[in-house]
Design a binder for this molecule. Structure first.
Ligand code: ATP
Ligand code: MG
Length: 356
């Protein structure tokens, strides 16, 4: 097949890990006979330096004209001034909103050899395979924000607003995913307190009855979910939740996998377009040293192949190659066990490409 992929390396370790993701894309193209046209664009701090804006119009146009987007990470101490007019993170929020990327998929699996790298008890981690579907373009992050001074001093508010259509479209994504997996869907909310959660619960319950009656469905309060993710993570298949709960729960869930450097993500719009990125940030503390784990980005490439290009066999090939490379002990420091030889970012990417 022919596909155009926008490549946005960004800042910090972004360019280092994206280079390995590109290497893997090229290996897949060679092995399966595809033509992937890669087009690079600027986003984040590097875009501010070059153009004054964190999300130049050319980058948005490039993404719109592509079949999928591979992104590294944005931000770093160089652009951290709170007084600054523009900040790198605006680039990321901007591209999500501009492309309508409303469903953020974060799979969490634990490779058997990495169980030792997690702070959790090994017997609880065996067989963890869950995916969080986080609503990404609504809720309290995007509602009206106010900050004013009243007779009793300052006050502030953040509006949390969801429409039926916003809930339905993301729950559908989660339901369809659950159907292709183990058939279990968990809605996480705070329906005992929040009106938006009661809306989520009634809409989701109805939608499941009408369209996903084949699924095992449960609802769970977010505080209980935070506990159960640690206590019995293997019980979860697909979790669907609103923007802020998803933000918090996925950082928590990432610790099941042992390292931020292992977790990929996909942000999907209606249709096939998607943006794929590791869940970690630009990690300025290790940038430029060849220490970054590229596997989160390489696993994001697998998600890109599966969701945007509809190439499930190629995606499975990348995931199998990652497992093989971990089995062979070719790993960066974040997932190495004591005494293990440490591989560089490039060495890990080379090994995955060679296996493919
Ligand atoms: P952001 O604000 O962009 O999310 P952050 O300050 O939360 O960034 P990260 O950049 O995500 O932080 O990094 C958090 C820690 O995890 C850092 O100590 C970093 O070195 C480590 N880390 C992140 N990504 C990787 C990776 N790919 N490989 C190894 N270590 C990583
Ligand atoms: Mg972070």
């Amino acid at each position: 097949m022919q596909a155009v992929i926008a490549v946005l390396p960004g800042d910090g370790i972004g360019p280092e890990v994206v280079a390995e993701g590109v290497k893997v894309l090229q290996a897949v193209a060679a092995r399966f006979g595809h033509t992937f046209t890669l087009r690079e664009g600027l986003i984040g701090g590097c875009a501010i330096d070059a153009t004054g804006e964190p999300l130049p119009a050319e980058t948005v146009a490039l993404c719109r004209a592509s079949d999928a987007i591979l992104l590294g990470a944005v931000g770093g101490p160089k652009w951290d001034d709170p007084q600054a007019r523009v900040r790198p993170e605006q680039g990321l929020l901007g591209i999500r909103k501009a492309l309508g990327l409303f469903a953020n998929l974060r799979p969490v699996t634990v490779h058997p050899r990495l169980i030792g790298a997690s702070p959790l008890r090994p017997e609880r981690l065996q067989g963890v395979d869950l995916i969080v579907v986080r609503e990404l373009t609504g809720g309290i992050y995007f509602g009206e924000k106010r900050r004013e001074r009243g007779p009793d001093g300052e006050w502030a508010s953040d509006l949390c607003l969801y429409t039926e259509a916003e809930v339905v479209r993301v729950v559908r994504v989660a339901g369809q995913l659950a159907r292709r997996r183990r058939g279990k869907l968990t809605l996480v909310d705070k329906a005992n307190v929040l009106e938006t959660s009661r809306l989520w619960r009634s809409i989701t319950t109805r939608l499941v009855r009408e369209e996903f009656a084949d699924l095992e469905f449960e609802t769970m309060l977010v505080d209980a979910c935070a506990m159960h993710l640690i206590r019995r993570p293997t019980d979860f298949d697909v979790i669907v939740t609103e923007n802020m709960f998803g933000d918090i729960l996925t950082d928590e869930a990432s610790m099941l996998a042992g390292s931020m450097g292992m977790l990929p993500s996909a942000s999907l719009a209606e249709g096939r377009l998607g943006l794929y990125e590791p869940i970690h940030g630009s990690a300025p503390d290790i940038a430029g040293q060849g220490k970054a784990n590229p596997l989160a980005t390489i696993l994001s490439v697998a998600m890109l192949l599966r969701h945007s290009l509809d190439l499930p066999e190629e995606a499975a090939c990348v995931e199998a190659a990652v497992a093989t490379v971990i089995d062979r002990g070719i790993v960066t420091a974040d997932i190495a066990t004591p005494g293990q030889v440490i591989a560089t970012t490039t060495a890990v990417g080379d090994a995955v490409a060679a296996v493919i």
